[in-house]
Design a protein around this ligand. Structure first.
Ligand SMILES: Cc1ncc(COP(=O)(O)O)c(C=O)c1O
Length: 351
């Protein structure tokens, strides 16, 4: 398949999730290329080495990378090497690690305590963070000491922490022997909106480990746990836990091949920008409809809106797919292949 296939549209009004989207043809081509002959297994292949080198350039630092097949596995495994069973992980109350991973972080850490914190638009409020840190003294035998602060970027409300916002939160735990973890399932979507560098949004702002997701942005199934210098010594432990947890893909070259194509020629950024553009188009249109409230700033590819029931019904009758969120709002997710026409048709169905 050629790059022309990029412009293919899938006019189905599917706003359920970016994981319902097909993989980008360039990644499928890369899989076919990777399928030549023998290659070392368990990450010792040439493609994996090339991707690690490329990630060092992109993030402008030394790092270690471990490929994984799901965001849940990469979050849970990463947290398990950062937090002991008796430690605490501070996260937002709506964080995927807290609400949507069926206890995987608790399971893989061997029982670490997740402490959910509040904050509008799914960003941890500084006061909340200060209160939590102050309430948990270091060295008090009865409480779980803070060992990780976990931030999602994009957040679960589709908003983005800026580098300054990441840094001011990371600073709150700097006097603790603790790490900053970033759930970057939609890192590319946040990055292209913020217009900063990958380094600025991660280690330069205090992030020690990034779970870097490609699956939601056009991969077939490709996630990477990136350990920045402060956490690099955890790599062997991470590998051991991935193996012991049954998550180590023997033919790692196929995950690496997806990253290889995705990171080439800024494809990952182009695809995220495309999805974000469709989400902005949708948010603009929705905000012009009487009775519809767009609830959060649209910093990536997700739009959350409160819709009158009649409008939600009209959209569904027209064939649109989207989820109702636990707070009663509707979540619309655009992907790399969402067409302008799909968004227009959805908006038309509401009028
Ligand atoms: C913010 C966030 N983190 C992590 C994940 C991990 O997902 P999965 O295990 O389905 O790859 C998701 C998936 O919806 C997500 O939205």
């Amino acid at each position: 398949m050629t790059r022309e296939a990029d412009t293919r549209s899938y006019p189905a009004m599917n706003f359920l999730s970016d994981t319902t989207a097909p993989a980008h043809p360039s990644l499928i081509d890369a899989l076919a290329r990777a399928n030549e002959g023998y290659a070392m297994s368990y990450g010792a292949d040439d493609i994996s080495a090339r991707v690690e080198a490329r990630l060092k350039e992109i993030f402008e630092t030394d790092l270690k990378v471990l490929f994984a097949v799901s965001g849940t596995a990469s979050n849970a495994l990463a947290l398990s090497v950062l937090c002991p069973p008796h430690g605490a992980i501070l996260c937002h109350d709506e964080a995927h690690i807290h609400r949507d991973e069926r206890g995987a972080p608790e399971f893989y850490t061997g029982g670490a305590k997740l402490i959910p914190l509040r904050g509008a638009h799914a960003k941890i409020e500084l006061d909340e963070l200060d209160r939590a840190v102050a309430e948990i003294p270091e060295g008090f035998v009865h409480t779980n000491p803070v060992r990780v602060l976990s931030l999602s970027n994009l957040t679960e409300s589709g908003t983005a922490y800026t580098p300054a916002e990441v840094a001011e939160r990371a600073a709150r735990i700097q006097d603790r022997p603790a790490f900053v973890h970033m759930d970057g399932a939609r890192f590319a979507n946040a990055l292209v909106t913020l217009g900063c560098s990958p380094a600025e949004l991660t280690w330069k702002s205090g992030v020690d480990v990034l779970c870097f997701g490609a699956t939601k942005n056009a991969a077939m199934g490709a996630e990477a746990v990136i350990l920045f210098p402060k956490a690099m010594d955890r790599f062997e432990e991470l590998q051991a836990r991935q193996k012991r947890g049954g998550h180590m893909a023997p033919k790692m070259r196929y995950i690496a091949a997806q990253f290889d194509a995705w990171l080439s020629h800024d494809l990952w950024l182009d695809l995220a920008a495309r999805a974000n553009k469709r989400a902005s188009q949708l948010a603009d249109g929705l905000s012009r409809i009487n009775g519809v409230d767009v609830l959060h700033s649209v910093d990536g590819n997700e739009v959350f809106a409160r819709l009158p029931e009649a409008i939600a019904g009209q959209m569904r009758d027209a064939g649109a797919g989207f989820y109702q969120w636990p707070d009663g709002s509707a979540r619309f997710v655009a992907s790399w292949c969402t067409g302008e026409d799909e968004v227009e048709n959805l908006l038309r169905s509401a009028n």
